[in-house]
Design a protein around this ligand. Structure first.
Ligand SMILES: O=C(O)[C@@H](O)C(=O)CO
Ligand SMILES: [Mg+2]
Length: 258
């Protein structure tokens, strides 16, 4: 079975962040990932992780200052703000003991897409240099268009092309099976194809984004394939629980008895 991490952006979301970390440890997770932890001091996150004996993986760059913002890195004209958010995220990750930063690209109208790609590449080149110096990974995650219309990319091939162009060992793909399932399908083939550039995997049921025990993706088969491929990283439970988070962990408990 893969090593599962708990995404605390969604799991135990009704509790304060430090209580979520404790809950993940009590449930048996040995790694966590966060979305936007910025209101909690990084040292407090580091201490809670040490106390709970969980490893902190990734965090996201803050999404921006205006309500429709969903990241800034691909937004022409907002480079200074984007780089400040990237710097803040990298510094937070270092201070909290994390390993990766997901750089959120943002929403871009179709007529700005070509210019936006140049902006994204330039911001990511800067981020890659900083991440290499700090020993961190930059993650790129295409997001499905149903949940986030106009998000800069919605297909793993788009992100893979950017990763190839950047040619930095610090920039990797966040392969979220949920977004791939909603937007593209052929999840197992895409996992195999992109394995060499995958830095992190996430999952949730399609189409509900609930626990991975319903819907159209066969997670037992996907987890078996992740193992068969020899993927050595973590696989993040990033789903919205149908009700109580602990009550929905049957899939995790079952995985630990195998
Ligand atoms: O899939 C997602 O929504 C997340 O991984 C994320 O980082 C953006 O919220
Ligand atoms: Mg995701």
């Amino acid at each position: 079975m893969p090593r599962f991490s708990a995404n605390l952006g969604f799991l135990w979301a009704d509790r304060p962040l430090l209580a979520r970390i404790a809950a993940a440890g009590e449930a048996g997770f040995r790694a966590i990932e966060l979305h936007y932890p910025y209101e909690t001091p990084p040292q407090a996150v580091r201490d809670a992780c040490a106390q709970t004996r969980v490893k902190l993986l990734g965090i996201n760059t803050a999404i921006g200052s205006e309500p429709p913002d969903s990241g800034l890195a691909a937004l022409p004209g907002r480079e200074a703000e984007a780089r400040a958010r990237i710097e803040a995220a990298l510094n937070y990750a270092v201070a909290a003991g994390g390993t990766a930063v997901h750089v959120m690209a943002g929403k871009v109208p179709s007529e700005l897409r070509a210019k936006a790609r140049q902006t994204l590449i330039s911001n990511l080149r800067h981020a890659a240099g900083r991440a290499e110096a700090l020993g961190l990974t930059i993650l790129l995650e295409p997001i499905n268009r149903r949940d986030m219309p106009d998000y800069f990319y919605d297909g793993v091939e788009d992100a893979a092309a950017i990763i190839a162009e950047l040619d930095s060992p610090a920039v990797r793909l966040m392969f979220d099976c949920y977004h791939v399932g909603v937007m593209q399908g052929d999840v197992l083939t895409r996992l195999r194809t992109h394995l060499p550039i995958i830095g992190h995997i996430q999952f949730a049921a399609v189409p509900s984004r609930a626990e991975p025990d319903e819907g159209e993706l066969n997670y037992p088969a996907i987890f078996a394939e992740i193992d068969r491929l020899g993927y050595a990283g973590w696989v993040g439970a990033e789903y919205r629980p149908r009700a109580d988070t602990d009550d929905g962990l049957g899939w995790f408990r079952a995985s630990r008895t195998r």
